[in-house]
Design a protein around this ligand. Structure first.
Ligand code: SF4
Length: 231
């Protein structure tokens, strides 16, 4: 069961989620000015393909593969004109290459049939593409400047819980909580801030609370725990 850092925030007198979120966003933004998507792409179609390839692998790995891939496949038609076995070979290193090749070709087919070869920006349209689930759709929409939700990956999940922004464990429910508390204008950048903070400071097994810019706003801070009286 998820430990309730929401209750802990109340116990430590840290203020409500809505009062803490502003300074949390501002301080993380100052701390991680370079927080942005790590995938490399030049066009909307490349963005979509990169995000689809990033499932179950690292962004570094995807960038290594797409460096060659995107010089060979320049349009949705190119993915359909190439035999699927060749596309599978070209994306092999990202893992799950059979499912990914099938999904990418399916998505390209829908782009050509229904969207004049362009990547749609509405979440509902993105979710119609084969192989595109909510997280992928949210990442693509946000990068295209039309965030309609909050991306929840493993870092966002862990940090949202530790910061007492949600009691939930399920990504869909966590997203709903974040949509309630994070200002809409920050929906696109907020996940990047948590992801980079999670990689650099609030590491899964060993959070560096002493060096954390939001440790006075965080109910799971070890620094605050040492200061606060025992319950
Ligand atoms: S204070 Fe510690 S647990 Fe809280 S966000 Fe910072 S590093 Fe993570």
């Amino acid at each position: 069961m998820t430990r309730s850092y929401v209750r802990e925030a109340r116990r430590r007198g840290l203020g409500r989620r809505r009062e803490r979120i502003g300074p949390i966003v501002d301080r993380l933004a100052a701390e991680h000015e370079d927080a942005a998507i790590a995938l490399r792409f030049r066009t909307d179609v490349e963005l979509l393909v990169s995000v689809m390839l990033s499932a179950q692998t690292t962004d570094v790995n995807v960038n290594r593969v797409t460096e060659h891939l995107f010089s060979k496949y320049r349009s949705p038609e190119d993915y359909l004109a190439t035999p699927i076995s060749e596309l599978e070979r070209d994306i092999y290193a990202t893992g799950f290459y059979r499912q990914k090749a099938k999904a990418i070709r399916g998505a390209m087919r829908v782009l050509l049939d229904d969207y004049e070869g362009r990547v749609p920006t509405r979440l509902d349209d993105l979710l119609r593409l084969p192989g595109v689930a909510r997280k992928t759709a949210n990442v693509v929409a946000a990068e295209l400047g039309h965030a309609q939700g909050v991306v929840v990956d493993t870092h966002v999940r862990r940090l949202s819980q530790r910061l007492g922004l949600t009691r939930q464990d399920d990504p869909v429910k966590i997203e709903r909580d974040l949509q309630r508390v994070v200002p809409r204008s920050d929906w696109a950048r907020f996940p990047h801030l948590l992801i980079w903070h999670g990689r650099r400071v609030c590491i899964a097994r060993r959070p560096v609370c002493e060096a954390c810019a939001v440790n006075d706003l965080c109910p799971s801070s070890r620094v605050d725990a040492a200061r606060s009286p025992a319950p």
